[in-house]
Write a protein that binds this ligand. Structure first.
Ligand SMILES: O=P(O)(O)OC[C@@H](O)[C@@H](O)c1c[nH]c2ccccc12
Length: 262
């Protein structure tokens, strides 16, 4: 039987959040989020962008191992911004992706673009953490949550003025969409098996609600494919490895945007 990596990650995440909450209580964390600025709209940034690329900061992944071991969060996010990214995604999971909240804390004062906290969110505690480092949006992964959890977590995010990108991989997860979801992401990668197929975005495109901003995620390496996805209705494109596996991710993004010939 195939090993389900997502279930492993979520089991560890529950322990991690419990440990963090022992060190800093929810009440203490809430106090840290008071009087912070409201944040930027990722949805508007994507809608206004000619290409809609969300450039991701990602050092490592469970499927690929190290992608960019020495990646510096003080260098790459500003380089992405300079290259013309529409928004940024920063992976904060440590055990599997070798990122941390510190990467957002480091990048935040150096960029103007909206930042997505990319992690495996299972608790409101993690949404307050995202706010405390001044992220602008969070990812919720439908495959890891019940529809009721999707609802509560998305609601908490909106209370903190954070936008919600709801990630689905399969049509059975459409019941996780609710009125607090700002953007829906179709993950081309199955997080159970890591099999990646951009065909998944085309397959699900027509099943998504018309009025929600659509993002295609993972395995996007060709400008031609991005143009086809745009024709299918997608307005956001979450791209990590294509840029991060190069020596100069900012340059790689800039070349990619050039070759889109918009
Ligand atoms: O590096 P890629 O193939 O361009 O993929 C980026 C992003 O979509 C991927 O990192 C991702 C999408 N959903 C996730 C959920 C958790 C961790 C990672 C992800």
């Amino acid at each position: 039987m195939e090993k389900d990596i997502l279930q492993d990650i979520i089991a560890q995440k529950r322990e991690e959040v419990a440990r963090q909450q022992e060190a800093v209580s929810l009440d203490q964390l809430i106090r840290l989020t008071e009087n912070l600025p409201e944040g930027r709209s990722m949805k508007q940034a994507l809608a206004a962008s000619p290409h809609g690329i969300i450039a991701e900061f990602k050092r490592h992944s469970p499927s690929k191992g190290w992608i960019h071991q020495e990646a510096d969060s003080a260098v790459i996010p500003p380089a992405y911004e300079k290259a013309g990214a529409a928004a940024l995604s920063i992976l904060t999971d440590t055990p599997f992706f070798k990122g941390s909240l510190k990467d957002i804390r480091t990048a935040r004062p150096l960029v103007q673009l909206p930042i997505l906290r990319k992690d495996f969110i299972i608790s409101p505690y993690q949404i307050y953490q995202a706010k405390a480092v001044q992220a602008d949006a969070i990812l919720l992964i439908a495959a890891a949550l019940t529809p009721a959890e999707c609802r509560t977590l998305a609601h908490t995010a909106h209370e903190l003025h954070l936008e919600v990108l709801m990630e689905i991989h399969h049509e059975r997860e459409l019941d996780c969409l609710n009125e607090d979801v700002d953007m829906v992401g179709v993950n081309n990668r199955n997080l159970g098996t890591f099999h990646t197929d951009p065909g998944n975005s085309f397959r699900l495109a027509s099943l998504l609600p018309h009025d929600v901003l659509k993002v295609s995620e993972s395995g996007l390496s060709s400008p031609a494919l991005l143009r086809e996805l745009r024709d299918a209705g997608f307005r956001g494109f979450l791209i990590g490895e294509t840029f991060m596996r190069t020596y100069n991710p900012g340059r790689a993004l800039s070349d990619f945007i050039q070759s889109l010939k918009l």
